[in-house]
Design a protein around this ligand. Structure first.
Ligand SMILES: Cc1cc2nc3c(=O)[nH]c(=O)nc-3n(C[C@H](O)[C@H](O)[C@H](O)COP(=O)(O)OP(=O)(O)OC[C@H]3O[C@@H](n4cnc5c(N)ncnc54)[C@H](O)[C@@H]3O)c2cc1C
Length: 470
C-alpha cells in the first residue's frame, strides 16, 4: 500500500535518495550531487558514520591483493585515484607510508611470488619483492623473524572520518539534503516514483540507492521484499599504542593475506599512534562491537611477534568494528532497473578506499539507464577539519579559546564548531570523530567535566551518562 502523502518529510521530489550515511553513502551523495542530481541522504542514527564506517584500519588500499577483474578492484583503484586528486583541495590528509607484505615462515615466502604476480595483474606495477636485508635496513624495529616481503609503495594512511565528512559536506554545500535520525522502514514504487517510508515521514524520489551497510539486506527486504545476500558481521578488534610507539615503523606492515581476511596489520595512524589489528570473527549481532580480553591479548602477542619493542609500550585505547561481510568476497552491487533501485551491499573490508570509486561505478550505471543531469559547473569545495598529527592543527592558532583536550590538543572553538551546522555532533562518538576529543592518553578523564558543560543541550544522551559507556 502506498503511504499517505500528508506525512511527507519534504515536499521535494528528489532525483535520488541514498539510504545510509556510512563512507559509501556519503561518497554516493557527493557524486550524484556533483553530477547535477537533487539528492537526499537518510541516516537512521543521530550522527553519520555510525555503522561499519565508525571503526577501521584507515588504510587507503591500492587493490594489490583484490580478486583480479573484480568490481572491488575497479572501485578501489578508481576510489584511491580520486582521493589523491581531491585530498589537497579538501585539506584531507594522506600519509604515503607504503606497505610491506611480510612473510614470516617458508610457506608464506613461497606464496609471495603468486601474490606479486596478482599485484602486477591488478596494475600495481611498482610492487616488488624485497629480501630480509632491505627489510631490516628500512624497518629496524621489525622482528628478525621477518624473512622477505613485497613492497607496495602506493598503500597509504588516511583519516577514516574527515574524508566521509568532507564528501557529505560537499554534497550539502552544493544542494543535497540530509535527514538524520531517519530510518527507512518501507516504501512503494509506482509510476516511476518511490514513496519511501521513514521514521520521520515519507520521502518522494525517482531513484533509491541502498547503502545501508550492515543492514543492507534488511533494507532490501523491508522495502523490496527480497534480498540477494545475507550480511554476517565480521568483527575486527584493535589495539592503539601510545604515540611514542609510532616512531617504531615507517611503512604499513601487512601479513600475507588469506582468502578470508587481510590479517593483522601494524601501522602508524594519521593521528600519530600505532595501530595493531584487526581480528576477524563472525557474529550474528549487527551492532555489538565490544572488545574482549582474549582477543586483545592475542593481538598483543601478535604485536610483540612483529615488533618486539612493543612489549614495553603502553596502550592508549582498544576498539572494534564490524565488517558487512556476505556469502561472497565480491561487493554486492545489484542494479534493479525495473524498480529504480540499486543495492550497494557487502562493502566488506575495503570501503574506505573504494567509496569514491563505488560512487563513480553506481553513477555510471544510473546514467546508462537514461538519467540526464548537467554536472555542476563550479561546485563548492569544503575544507575538512585538520586532525592529522603532522598537519598545522588549529590549536596553534590564536583565538581558538581554551585547550579542552590536552592529550589530542583540541581547543574550545573546534568543539563549538563541531556542535553546529547540518552535521552537528549529536553524540560523544560523533564529536570524537569530528574533533578527536577524549581519544588520547587519558581517554576523557581530565576533560569530561568541561566537555559536559560545552555539550549541554546538544547531545541526545547527555555526556555525563554517555562517557561511562563509550
Ligand atoms: C575492522 C575493519 C577494518 C577495516 N579496514 C579498512 C581499511 O583499512 N581500509 C578500507 O578501505 N576499508 C576498511 N574497512 C572497511 C570499511 O570500513 C567498510 O567497507 C565501510 O565502512 C563500509 O561502509 P558502508 O557505508 O557500506 O556501511 P556503513 O558504514 O555500515 O553505513 C551504513 C549506514 O546505513 C545506516 N542505516 C542502516 N539501516 C538504515 C535504515 N533502515 N535507514 C537509514 N539508515 C540506515 C547505518 O546507520 C549506517 O550509518 C574496514 C572495516 C572494518 C570493520
Amino acid at each position: 500500500m502506498m503511504p499517505d502523502r500528508k506525512s511527507s518529510l519534504s515536499s521535494t521530489l528528489f532525483d535520488v535518495v541514498v539510504i545510509g550515511a556510512g563512507v559509501v553513502g556519503c561518497a554516493m551523495a557527493r557524486r550524484f550531487t556533483l553530477e547535477g542530481a537533487r539528492v537526499a541522504l537518510v541516516e537512521k542514527a543521530c550522527d553519520i558514520l555510525d555503522g561499519a564506517s565508525k571503526a577501521n584500519s584507515a588504510i587507503l588500499h591500492t587493490g594489490f591483493d583484490a580478486p583480479v577483474g573484480s568490481i572491488e578492484l575497479d572501485c578501489i583503484r578508481k576510489g584511491a585515484e580520486e582521493y589523491r586528486q581531491i585530498h589537497q583541495d579538501m585539506r584531507l590528509p594522506l600519509d604515503a607510508a607504503g606497505a610491506y607484505v611480510v612473510a614470516w615462515n617458508d610457506v608464506e615466502v613461497a606464496r609471495l611470488d603468486t601474490l606479486l604476480e596478482q599485484a602486477h595483474r591488478n596494475g600495481i606495477s611498482n610492487a616488488t619483492l624485497v629480501g630480509q636485508t632491505v627489510l631490516r635496513d628500512n624497518e629496524p624495529h621489525l622482528s628478525d623473524r621477518a624473512l622477505a616481503a613485497i613492497s607496495v609503495p602506493g598503500e597509504a594512511l588516511i583519516d577514516p572520518w574527515s574524508a566521509p565528512y568532507a564528501y557529505l559536506k560537499q554534497a550539502l554545500q552544493n544542494g543535497a539534503e540530509v535527514f538524520l535520525k531517519c530510518e527507512v522502514t518501507g516504501g512503494g514504487f509506482a509510476g516511476g516514483e518511490w514513496q519511501l517510508e521513514t521514521s520521520r515521514g515519507v520521502l518522494n524520489c525517482r531513484q533509491v540507492i541502498n547503502c545501508a551497510g550492515l543492514y543492507g539486506d534488511y533494507v532490501d527486504q523491508a522495502v523490496l521484499g527480497l534480498s540477494d545476500f545475507l550480511i554476517t558481521p565480521r568483527k575486527g578488534q584493535f589495539l592503539i599504542f601510545d604515540k611514542a610507539a609510532a616512531s617504531l615503523l615507517q611503512a604499513i606492515i601487512l601479513p600475507v593475506p588469506t582468502a578470508r581476511t587481510k590479517g593483522v596489520v601494524v601501522c602508524r595512524t594519521i593521528f600519530g599512534n600505532l595501530l595493531v589489528g584487526p581480528t576477524a570473527d563472525e557474529q550474528q549481532s549487527r551492532d555489538e562491537a565490544s572488545t574482549d580480553t582474549a582477543s586483545l591479548e592475542g593481538l598483543m602477542q601478535a604485536a610483540i611477534r612483529i615488533i618486539p619493542t612493543l612489549a614495553d609500550m603502553p596502550i592508549t585505547a582498544t576498539y572494534a568494528g564490524l565488517r558487512p561481510a556476505t556469502e561472497q568476497k565480491e561487493y554486492r552491487i545489484i542494479p534493479r532497473p525495473d524498480s529504480n533501485w540499486i543495492t550497494v551491499g557487502g562493502i566488506r573490508s575495503t570501503g574506505l578506499s573504494a567509496a569514491l570509486g563505488i560512487a563513480q561505478h553506481v553513477f555510471a550505471q544510473y546514467r546508462d539507464w537514461g538519467a540526464a543531469h548537467e554536472p555542476l559547473p563550479d561546485p563548492r569545495v569544503p575544507q575538512a577539519n585538520i586532525l592529522a598529527e603532522q598537519s598545522a592543527r588549529a590549536w596553534r592558532e590564536g583565538g581558538q579559546g581554551d585547550m579542552i583536550c590536552h592529550c589530542e590538543l583540541v581547543r574550545e572553538a573546534e568543539i563549538r564548531q563541531a556542535l553546529t551546522g547540518p552535521l552537528a555532533a549529536r553524540s560523544l562518538a560523533g564529536l570524537k570523530r569530528q574533533t578527536r576529543v577524549t581519544m588520547g592518553r587519558c581517554q576523557g578523564f581530565y576533560c569530561s567535566a568541561r566537555l559536559t558543560e560545552l555539550t549541554d543541550g546538544h547531545f541526545d544522551i547527555p555526556l555525563a551518562k554517555d562517557i561511562k559507556h563509550d
